[in-house]
Every structure is written in C-alpha cells, then in structure tokens.
Write a protein that binds this ligand. Sequence first.
Ligand SMILES: Cc1cc2nc3c(=O)[nH]c(=O)nc-3n(C[C@H](O)[C@H](O)[C@H](O)COP(=O)(O)OP(=O)(O)OC[C@H]3O[C@@H](n4cnc5c(N)ncnc54)[C@H](O)[C@@H]3O)c2cc1C
Ligand SMILES: NC(=O)c1ccc[n+]([C@@H]2O[C@H](COP(=O)([O-])OP(=O)(O)OC[C@H]3O[C@@H](n4cnc5c(N)ncnc54)[C@H](OP(=O)(O)O)[C@@H]3O)[C@@H](O)[C@H]2O)c1
Ligand SMILES: Cc1cc2nc3c(=O)[nH]c(=O)nc-3n(C[C@H](O)[C@H](O)[C@H](O)COP(=O)(O)O)c2cc1C
Length: 589
Amino acid sequence: MLPDSSPFSPDQRKALDSLLAGFDALQRGWLSGFLASGSTAPAATAAPASAGKLTVLYGTESGNSEELADRAMKDAKKRGFKAVMKNMADIAPADLAKTENLLVIVSTWGDGEAPETAVGFHKDFMSEDVKLAGVKFSVCALGDTSYEQFCEIGKQFDSRLEKLGATRIAPRADCDVDYEDTYSEWYAAAMKELAPAAPEPVAAVHAGSGAIPTVAYGKKNPFLSEVYENVILNGERSEKETIHVELSLAGSGLNYEPGDALAVLPTNCPSMIKDILNAAKLSGTEEIEVKGLGKKLLADALREDYDITALSKAVLKKLAAATDSTTLAELLEEDAKDKLREYINGREIVDAIADFAPKGLSAEALTGIFRKLPVRLYSIASSPLAHPEEVHLTVAAVRYETYGRIRKGVCSTFLADVAKTGESVPVFVQPNKNFRLPADGNTPIIMVGPGTGVAPFRSFVEHRAAVGADGKNWLFFGDQRYTYDFLYQLEWQDFLKNGNLSKLDLAFSRDQPEKVYVQDKMLANGEELYKWLEDGAHFYVCGDATRMAADVHEALISIVENYGAKSREDAEEYVENLKKTKRYQRDVY
Ligand SMILES: Cc1cc2nc3c(=O)[nH]c(=O)nc-3n(C[C@H](O)[C@H](O)[C@H](O)COP(=O)(O)OP(=O)(O)OC[C@H]3O[C@@H](n4cnc5c(N)ncnc54)[C@H](O)[C@@H]3O)c2cc1C
Ligand SMILES: NC(=O)c1ccc[n+]([C@@H]2O[C@H](COP(=O)([O-])OP(=O)(O)OC[C@H]3O[C@@H](n4cnc5c(N)ncnc54)[C@H](OP(=O)(O)O)[C@@H]3O)[C@@H](O)[C@H]2O)c1
Ligand SMILES: Cc1cc2nc3c(=O)[nH]c(=O)nc-3n(C[C@H](O)[C@H](O)[C@H](O)COP(=O)(O)O)c2cc1C
C-alpha cells in the first residue's frame, strides 16, 4: 500500500496500489513456478550451443504481430539462437543485408495496406534494391478473411524477399483473425528448417510482451467484467446510437494506459441464431464437436463460438464445397471478382445459406463454413487515474438495413442491448504502444477525434488532468448535430473551464446545409495549428479510417505547406517526419 503521505490523491493511490498488486501477484506467480521447477536459474541455461543469428521482423498496428514476434524471439533464444526482434518502424531495408535468418510477421490494414507504423519501411522495401542473397526467410502474414485484400502485405513481403535473392525456408502462412494454430504451425515449420537438430525449448512461453507485466488475461481466458453503467450519449432525436459503457476491473489486476484498447468477446444475437438455424433447416439441439472445446449443442456453439455473420470469399468457398450450387461455383471463378464483391456487399452468411443451400445443411456442414468468433477492440475512453479499477468505452451501435433485413453489428449491439448494468462481459486489455501521450507532460497535444474517435482523448485529457501535466491540450471533435450528438459535452466544457483543455473546435456536420468536418476546422485554424507543431506538439487522430483519417492527413499536409511556406513535397516530408518521430499517431478503424 502506498502511504497517505505519498504525493497522490486517494483515487490515484487506489489506482497505483491496484497496479502494484497486479505486478506483485505476477512476481509471486513467477517465483512460485520457478521454485516448484527446482531450477537454479531461468530457463535460458537449458539452451544449446549457438544455433546462429535470427531476426524476427514485425510490422503491427494493434499489437498482434508484435506479440507473436516477441513469442518467436523468446522461443528461438531458448533454442540457442542469438535472436533479436525488430520493429519495421525502427529500421531501414539495408539493415537486413547482414541478417542470416529472418522471420517476418506482418499484418495488413486499411484496404490491403501496411500497418500504420510500417508504411515507410514497406514502401522502401518494395522499391529499394537490397541484396539479400544468403538470407533465409519465412513470412507469417496476419489478416482477416473478411477483407478482400486478405494478408496482402505479408504476400508482398514474401514475394519481394524472394525477388531480392533471399531463400524461403518455409511457406508463407496466411492467418485469419484466429491466428494461434496457423502461427504455431508456421513457426514449427520454420524452426524445423532453421534448427533441425536443436532440442525443443524447455519452458512454456507466456503471452504478453510489454515491459510492464500485465496479468495474463487474453482471448482464451478473458476477465469477466461487471457492467457498472451503460448509457446512451445521444439525445432522443439523434440519428446516432452511441453508448458509454463503464466496466469494472476490480480484483482483476488488469491495468492499462491511455491509448490502449479493450478487447470484448461478444456472443451472437438469439434472433440471428434462429435465422441461421431456419436457413440451414436445423433445430439447434444437434450435438456437434467444437475444435478445442469438445461436444456442444449446436445452438450454444452458434451463440458462443462461431462467426455466424461476416460473409467473405473464404466462407463462400467452404459453402461451395458443402453444396452443389453451380451459381455459387460460378461466382467464385477467377474472372467473376466484381460479381463476387457485389454479392458480398451488404449481405451476411444467412443470405448465402438461403441462396445457395436452399435444402439446408447438416450440422457439421454448417459449422464447417464458420470461423471462430473474433474479439472486437474498443479504444479505452477513461484514465486509470481518474477511474481506478474501471474502464470506459464509447461505442457506436451498428444497425442498418440491406436486402430487406435489419442487420446488427455483433459486438456493438451486444454491448448496447445485452451488456446492461449488472451483467458481465468477457474482456482483456490490448496494449497499443503506438498511441501514447508524450512522456513529457509539458508537450502540447492536438487531438482530432470525430464520433467515437473522441474516446481515447477523454482518456488523454483525464489523465493529464490527474497527473497535473502543464502541456496544452487542443481537441477537434465533430459529429452530426450539436444538440443531440455532442458526446461528453459537459465534461469538455468543465475541462475547458478549469484549464485542462486549452482549445476545443467543433464540427457538427448536419447543422447547416453544407457539411462541416473536423478537417475544415483544422484548416480554418491552420496558422495556429502549424505554430503548435513548430512548438513540438504531438498530433493524434482517432476514428473512421476509410474517409476521415485520409482527409485529416491531407488537411495536415496542406496546413504545413501553407503556413510553413513549403513545397508540397517538403510538407509531405515534414508530416512523414512527424510520424517517424512518433509525434503523429493514429488509432483508426
Ligand atoms: C483499434 C480499434 C479501436 C476501435 N475503437 C472503437 C471505439 O472506440 N468505438 C467504436 O464504436 N468502435 C471502435 N472500433 C470498431 C469496433 O472494433 C467494431 O469494429 C465495431 O464496433 C463494429 O463491430 P460489430 O461487431 O458491432 O459489427 P460487425 O458484426 O463486425 O459488423 C460490421 C460490418 O458490418 C458492415 N456494415 C456496417 N455498416 C454497414 C452499412 N451501413 N451498410 C452495409 N454494411 C455495413 C460492414 O461490413 C462492417 O465491417 C475500433 C476498432 C479498432 C480496430
Ligand atoms: N469501416 C467502417 O465500416 C466504419 C468505420 C468507422 C465508422 N463506421 C460506422 O460509423 C458509425 C458511427 O461511427 P462514429 O460514431 O465513430 O462516427 P462517424 O460515422 O465516423 O461520424 C462522425 C462525424 O464524422 C463526420 N464525417 C463523415 N465523413 C467524414 C470525413 N470524410 N471527414 C471527417 N469527418 C467526416 C460525420 O458526418 P456525416 O455523417 O454527417 O457525413 C460525423 O459528423 C458506426 O456505425 C460505425 O460502424 C464504419
Ligand atoms: C480497420 C482494419 C482494416 C483491416 N484491413 C485488413 C485487410 O485489408 N486485409 C487483411 O487481411 N486484414 C485486415 N485487417 C485485419 C488485421 O490485419 C488483423 O486484425 C491483424 O491480426 C492485426 O494485426 P496487428 O495487431 O499486428 O496489426 C484489418 C483490421 C482492421 C481493424
């Protein structure tokens, strides 16, 4: 326990005590495991003589590739490799020339683009002529089969490495969101080639890679968090449904930093389960085997284990194998890509079953077309210092109508409709080292967060207020209408009044005939914004990736061009340099 005399408020002391308790529990867990093993030194002593040098190169946006790279590096060390892990954000292609063995783990974002932190490296690697003869490599690509450009960036690295003269020692693995098994098989195959004689490592590998130990809650063992509060933030006549959810972390030992995300494990909606069962002509009482979980009733598995909504080419391919539909087979032909895209757009799995398996499916055939239900990430909207042992989220409920059916986003409507006060929600923290407040509290920050993009900035401003940081804070917020959609209005006005927020610029898009967006407000304040940048401000963007983030990026370049009296090329370089020095960070989705 921190003493009362420590320089923290009671709430801050509570938060720090909880953080230290988590750390302590972890230390004790490690210590007892260590003593029980009868070891006299950590597992590293069991490693064989050097198996050579190994570089694990990763490119990540939400941390998955980094976590796997960390795991690969630690395991390789136990196998006797001199293993290092390198972030694509920190190196240049030429740095790879001296590598002996190279494992690349990289995700794909946007629409077939490199993850935010790897954009520069990817661009250079695809164009620079680096000689990589003598380098042995293998690529593990992370992605999501519901995107058309599945694992595109991993595919590009794989072929470019070969083109530059490197030798592929194990085939590329293309991982869907449930990447554990594919990753493990890929890693084992690569190790078989790189270190065939090396013994298997002796110690188990633990998840989690940060310097601060986090209690090992994850996808397989989430923390069941009680919902403290679940309220709609929009006014009654709003067209939006944005909810504020407060969840308990009490007793979990879980901690987080502003910028991190919370992963939520939803369950599927009963009406969708009913529709799927009707389309497949099944009752739900059939017993099925769920991989890794054993036997279950079909209806339970549809609720808890499978992604029963997201339609993709991968799902349609599996459905084609389970049916004799010639129409579906034609849709999947190489030259029917446009037709396939058009079919998938706005449809869900239930539509495809009705269209291509009109006689229904067996329970096994039905579950065979699904992948595991993926977790969803939400940017954390609270500071642990302002709300000890709690975590808050700002969630836009996804509801729309296509092809005559009302559609509901799985997780956002689970949070809106099911996760009511008093209920429990399975969660874990997903750290995001690429979206962090400046280490120096005096550094000014500019935050651009329309819609739910405002979430992490509530956390940032609360946190800076709690630690008494002196740096100036400028927020650009936007949404549809001032009267109904000014999320956290009273809190921002309080922060303005007491000086924790220095400037607030608002863009309500539908309050006037012409749309006004956050980037319009940036441009209108361009001179001052540029001055803040010149004074060392960090620039943050959160929210919609498809349109907003690109438009804000463009506005930033044009501000630098106009007020920094630079050519377009120099302005682009200035902004690129902000990224490289981690002064321009984005959390977009
Ligand atoms: C790092 C990160 C942070 C995030 N932070 C937040 C946050 O703070 N708040 C937040 O609300 N979300 C956030 N998200 C998004 C969130 O993770 C989910 O993607 C979102 O809630 C939708 O999930 P869902 O399960 O409700 O919808 P899903 O069941 O996954 O369905 C979404 C899909 O529905 C389809 N769709 C949606 N609208 C339409 C439409 N109008 N017409 C046709 N098709 C449509 C699209 O195919 C879309 O991909 C974040 C995502 C990431 C990666
Ligand atoms: N990839 C996706 O499918 C995706 C990504 C993000 C959000 N969404 C969906 O959008 C819904 C709500 O998201 P949200 O609450 O975060 O807000 P949002 O829909 O992103 O809207 C917030 C504000 O941003 C404005 N906006 C629209 N286009 C913009 C642009 N190019 N540049 C700057 N601002 C722009 C909107 O104006 P107008 O609406 O008046 O134009 C609105 O005022 C959710 O249902 C979510 O699923 C989908
Ligand atoms: C906004 C967004 C866009 C994505 N775009 C793609 C894509 O185009 N292709 C793909 O295969 N995966 C895509 N993904 C899935 C990610 O690659 C996947 O979640 C991966 O595990 C992330 O790994 P990381 O945490 O290392 O970045 C996308 C995910 C999000 C949230």
